[in-house]
Design a protein around this ligand. Sequence first.
Ligand code: BTN
Length: 247
Amino acid sequence: MEYIGEWMLHDMEEVGSTNDEVKKLSENIIGEKVIISAQRQINGRGRRGRTWIGLDGNLFFSQGLECDLNAIGALVFISTLSLWRTIQDLNPLLDVKLKWPNDVLVNDKKVSGMLLEKGEGKYLIIGIGVNIKISPNLVNMIYPCTSLHEEGVEVDRLDFLRSYIDNFNSYYGIWQNDGFEPIKQEWLTHAKGLNEAIVVHLDNEDTEGVFTGVDEQGALLLNTRTGIKKIYAGDVFYPQRKQIVNE
Ligand code: BTN
């Protein structure tokens, strides 16, 4: 066990899901900020009922902290921005983008995902997977994936986690002092597809429109043929830009 500032970090050998470990822990603690990471995760969960494959050498961790339920939107943005900063600092020339709501892309491929869940009492669990060494190359992936190693970045998983926590603390401080607006503005600066046509897939239904921003809760604002729609959940896709060919 080690402390990263106020955060108590426990790196475990093998878990089912780090989110479940923090959920269990949250039944017996009050006020503490905790992180559980694991060298192996054998039953990892992804968003929308999907599985998160636990490939050796990658980073799996969950943060547990007490906060108001209406802060969930802000926390998603604080966490993904912290991941963005951590990766960009490893190589300032790398193309690192944020994909609504909570993915990080390197060279347009997913390198990190996040699953937010509720713990006991006021605990919120932020579960993050980062492909440090290897990416799952499955035919039925809904989005292309990569790893930091495959993009030429070498980093130890716990060093990555320590830098992430430093960045998380900074952005969390900004949010506490100045509110969501500066977080939102910085997030939008690094968002993929802003002011471009996107497709949002939810429950077998596709909604098309121009991604114009996010609201104060973090909902995606989509300018559709029938007006601005607020999107609270879904998978975003970026259609290929049509090429205009002069014949
Ligand atoms: C997604 O993109 O679908 C979210 C993936 C979240 C995976 C992480 S790995 C650590 C934590 N424990 C889990 O079971 N899931 C999250």
